[in-house]
Design a protein around this ligand. Structure first.
Ligand SMILES: Cc1cc2nc3c(=O)[nH]c(=O)nc-3n(C[C@H](O)[C@H](O)[C@H](O)COP(=O)(O)OP(=O)(O)OC[C@H]3O[C@@H](n4cnc5c(N)ncnc54)[C@H](O)[C@@H]3O)c2cc1C
Length: 403
């Protein structure tokens, strides 16, 4: 295979990039990972709920001990639908859990683990500024490190550079944007407790949604998704608005002695962005391929998962040293990405619309069935496809009508 310095080049060293790098290194490849930030950097805007769907990859990366030793919490989730709870405890299998771990802790754990692999080279504080092509085939990238331009070559360039991907811009990759009717406010509350203990809580409040995530050392992250019409009131006094929202919620957090850690954070544009997971033989993983409404809490899980799917689909072509086989693998990865995530994405795009209001009776119906409740929680955890839940819903309804 042509002129190259590395078997694999990955742009972005956050969840998706670091995961792919380590999984390729385990297969014996030498990998160059480039990030514009440094080794201790972390993603600032996140509410840190890592879906159970990613647990098997976290376990393959062998970082569970580090996560738990550093305060990561095994959590499940309870869902309030306006009248009652559908509880995560309907799933009896104790191996099904999410992780609540702050990104300021998780991201450095991932990067440190990555640095432990001799076959991974990490270039920090390095911006990727150009994708290099030969006869329309990607052959490398140009990077800018302290005003010095250096080219690196490989047969595979992977975009793991997040929602507003530079690689996507550089190669004019197609993208679709999906507007969000809500904005989000969130804060870290020290000395706070949840009545649910280590169980995360989600409240559906008609137009708005509220979430409480237990973190290490009696810290609780509270996040609110507020419809845009109420945004101005929230901007005037976010702190008070957070307190008044969360203090009236059923089984809400105990905040009497709590203290806001810094300030209430906000994000006023939380549009979703979808790109094909492959464009001109360049694969996209994590948010670079699909950045969804953060209300769904799926981005970290999907970043772990998409990275592992890419590695699975490309190892054979890379090992064979056959470019055509490698490109076929990349295309198969993109098709698999669509198959696994497209219907989740469609549901999440719809949930970003305030007009989509599920009726309480529907949730009553789910709650009254043990099997449907289990499927519902598994869907929230992204362990099953939406179609599987919908089929079960129809089946249960039909059985009831026939009775
Ligand atoms: C408010 C909010 C709350 C959220 N809460 C949750 C949650 O509870 N659970 C959940 O699962 N997800 C959540 N998410 C989504 C989650 O944060 C992302 O899905 C996840 O971080 C995606 O990981 P990634 O590795 O794909 O990209 P990112 O974490 O965005 O990393 C991209 C990396 O690429 C690097 N980079 C970018 N451009 C360049 C360049 N030109 N050259 C070199 N490097 C570059 C960046 O420095 C960065 O390190 C939330 C998001 C928001 C905004």
């Amino acid at each position: 295979m042509g002129n190259k310095n590395y078997d694999i080049i990955i742009v972005g060293a956050s969840i998706a990039g670091a995961t792919a790098a380590m999984l390729y290194a385990k297969e014996g490849f030498n990998v160059l990972v480039i990030d514009k930030k440094d080794v201790n950097s972390h993603k600032k805007s996140c509410t840190h709920f890592i879906q159970p769907s990613a647990l098997h990859i976290i376990s393959r990366l062998d970082i569970q001990k580090e996560i738990e030793d550093n305060g990561g919490i095994r959590s499940t989730a309870d869902f309030w639908y306006g009248k009652d709870w559908i509880r995560g405890s309907v799933i009896k299998d104790s191996s099904v859990y999410a992780y609540n771990i702050e990104r300021r802790i998780l991201d450095p754990i991932l990067k440190q683990k990555m640095l432990g692999y001799k076959s991974i080279t990490f270039l920090q504080n390095t911006n990727v500024t150009k994708v290099l092509f030969e006869n329309d085939i990607p052959i490398g990238i140009s990077s800018d490190q302290q005003n010095t331009v250096v080219n690196y070559y490989s047969d595979i360039i992977i975009a793991a550079d997040g929602k507003y991907s530079t690689i996507a811009k550089l190669i004019n990759a197609k993208e679709e944007k999906f507007a969000n009717d809500r904005v989000t406010f969130f804060g870290y509350y020290n000395n706070a407790k949840l009545k649910s203990g280590t169980v995360s809580q989600f409240w559906s409040l008609g137009e708005n949604m509220a979430f409480a995530y237990p973190l290490q050392n009696d810290t609780v992250l509270l996040s609110a998704y507020i419809c845009r019409e109420q945004m101005d009131e929230w901007l005037i006094n976010s702190e008070e608005k957070m307190y008044s929202l969360f203090s009236v919620l059923p089984d809400g957090p105990m905040l009497a002695n709590s203290k806001l850690r810094d300030s209430v954070h906000r994000m006023l544009n939380i549009e979703s962005i979808r790109r094909p997971a492959e464009y001109i033989n360049i694969p996209f993983i994590g948010d670079a391929a699909l950045a969804l409404d953060p209300m769904s809490g799926v981005g970290c899980g999907f970043a772990f998962q998409s990275a592992s799917w890419l590695v699975e689909h490309t190892v054979k072509g890379l090992k064979a040293g056959n470019k055509q086989e490698l490109y076929t693998g990349i295309k198969e990865y993109a098709a698999y990405h669509t198959k696994m995530l497209n219907s989740h994405a469609k549901g999440i795009f719809a949930d970003s619309k305030v007009s989509k209001n599920e009726k309480e009776e529907v949730f009553d119906f789910i709650k009254d069935s043990q099997v449907l409740s289990e499927y519902f929680i598994k869907l929230i955890y992204r362990l099953i496809q939406p179609e599987k839940f919908q089929l079960e819903f129809i089946k249960t309804k039909k059985t009831l009508i026939e009775k």
